[in-house]
Ligand binder design. Structure first.
Ligand SMILES: *[C@@H]1O[C@H](CO)[C@@H](O)[C@H](O)[C@H]1NC(C)=O
Ligand SMILES: *[C@@H]1O[C@H](CO)[C@@H](O)[C@H](O)[C@H]1NC(C)=O
Ligand SMILES: *[C@@H]1O[C@H](CO)[C@@H](O)[C@H](O)[C@H]1NC(C)=O
Ligand SMILES: *[C@@H]1O[C@H](CO)[C@@H](O)[C@H](O)[C@H]1NC(C)=O
Ligand SMILES: *[C@@H]1O[C@H](CO)[C@@H](O)[C@H](O)[C@H]1NC(C)=O
Ligand SMILES: *[C@@H]1O[C@H](CO)[C@@H](O)[C@H](O)[C@H]1NC(C)=O
Length: 371
């Protein structure tokens, strides 16, 4: 007994020494590399200024009236959920890849561009679909490698790229586009396998180029957006329990089921990588269903819009246009402009993402990038 106990404590001691040695060994790199590196691909939900920079457009006030007190190209009164994630990870906000002035890429890059989908179609004139965003990432990685020896560029190391988290927030526009041209529900559903296949290709392209940690957001309840409710209810008349368009929400759910299955497959096939699925639909649907808990009065009403209840949304009288007044307190609204969430809502969404409770496998983003 005594011998065994002694053996145990010796083993424990050796284990502790090894741990100490390991910590000493890795701490120099942790000292400057302990911060997360995040590369994000997506649409307006996570665009921190890419569309405005890329096309030389200007998104005027009242966007950005919270926090920034200036327009930043974010479709929001203030910060997006991805900004709050960066705050949670204690890294700077991600600069848009397409922004040539004042950008900081030391902790990652944001390739997201508003209005994009998994492919460029006639419906989206914006030339930065998901596949292009991934090519831009590969270009960025090549340039970083070239410039690194000269001490220039982002200075992200090979290890940095390997340990980075690659997040994808795509699907909302792919699902929305066929509804915008009055496609029938079965016609929308038919498009889902091709959308998923393009998402898989994009993720695999990053994986084949050394990425191993992936965070993939599913899509929110499209049918609860005030814009869709105001403009498409005449055609898609069925409403769900909470007053959202049933066809749109069913299509979002069908896409999400497919995405979840895809990531399950990828986790079993590519065992040296982790693909984390984040259930944004549940986060946003809970905000609508249980809105009073979040001090939201009318979950389907736009803050910055026109026309009053029930949606405060009118075609060509949208946020940013003349004579369109924002509500005084956006924190009592989920929707900022009829399509995008308010800063207050984005803060809640980010805290729920960071909790890990909506992730499968249940890994917190913080642990994922530190791993
Ligand atoms: C916000 O910006 C406006 C216009 O540039 C300026 O007048 C105002 O003082 C700023 N407010 C704050 C709190 O910085
Ligand atoms: C990156 O560089 C490799 C060669 O090192 C090249 O094969 C590849 O096409 C480059 N990719 C981009 C997007 O520039
Ligand atoms: C969709 O239907 C609406 C209402 O019938 C019609 O006004 C609109 O022009 C249609 N849109 C397209 C792209 O067919
Ligand atoms: C993962 O495994 C594949 C196939 O064995 C290999 O080609 C790839 O380099 C590995 N990736 C990482 C990040 O270790
Ligand atoms: C949406 O899904 C629900 C539940 O499966 C079903 O009852 C309803 O008919 C569907 N509605 C539409 C428009 O797809
Ligand atoms: C509303 O909140 C309750 C209690 O937390 C929860 O069980 C339910 O799932 C929520 N509803 C939705 C649609 O998320």
């Amino acid at each position: 007994m005594g011998v065994e106990a002694g053996g145990k404590s010796k083993r424990l001691l050796r284990f502790q020494l090894e741990i100490t040695a390991l910590v000493l060994l890795i701490s120099p790199s942790l000292a400057n590399g302990s911060k997360c590196i995040l590369f994000n691909f997506g649409d307006s939900n996570s665009d921190t200024g890419g569309l405005m920079a890329g096309l030389g457009l200007y998104l005027g006030p009242p966007a950005g009236r919270q926090y920034f007190n200036r327009t930043t190209g974010r479709f929001c009164d203030g910060r997006l959920y991805i900004d709050f994630l960066c705050e949670g990870l204690k890294i700077n906000f991600l600069s848009p890849y397409l922004e040539s002035s004042g950008s900081d890429y030391t902790h990652g890059v944001n390739f997201a561009v508003a209005g994009t989908a998994t492919e460029a179609t006639e419906a989206t004139v914006i030339p930065f679909p998901l596949s292009t965003q991934v090519l831009q990432f590969l270009h960025f990685k090549n340039r970083t490698r070239e410039l690194f020896p000269q001490g220039l560029g982002s200075m992200i190391s090979e290890k940095g790229f390997e340990n980075a988290v690659y997040s994808f927030d795509m699907g909302q526009n792919d699902i929305a586009m066929p509804f915008n041209v009055n496609s029938s529900y079965p016609q929308v559903i038919e498009k889902i396998p091709a959308i998923l296949s393009r998402i898989k290709d994009a993720i695999l392209n990053v994986y084949k180029n050394g990425g191993k940690k992936f965070l993939i957001y599913n899509t929110g309840p499209l049918g609860c957006l005030p814009q869709k409710l105001a403009l498409q209810q005449q055609i898609y008349t069925e409403l769900d329990t909470y007053g959202c368009l049933a066809a749109h929400n069913n299509a979002s759910k069908a896409f999400n089921v497919g995405l979840s299955e895809l990531l399950d497959e990828m986790n079993s096939q590519y065992t040296n990588a982790t693909f984390v699925y984040v259930d944004i639909f549940s986060i946003k649907y809970d905000l609508i269903a249980n809105h009073t808990k979040y001090s939201i009065d009318s979950p389907l009403m736009t803050c910055c819009g026109f026309g009053g209840p029930p949606y405060n949304y009118v075609f060509r009288k949208t946020c940013g246009e003349p004579n369109v007044q924002p509500c005084p307190d956006a924190s009592r609204y989920l929707s900022w402009d009829g399509v995008h969430n308010t800063e207050a809502t984005n803060a809640i969404i980010a805290s729920k993402i960071l909790s890990g409770k909506y992730s499968k496998p249940q890994i917190k983003l913080k642990s994922l990038c530190k791993a």
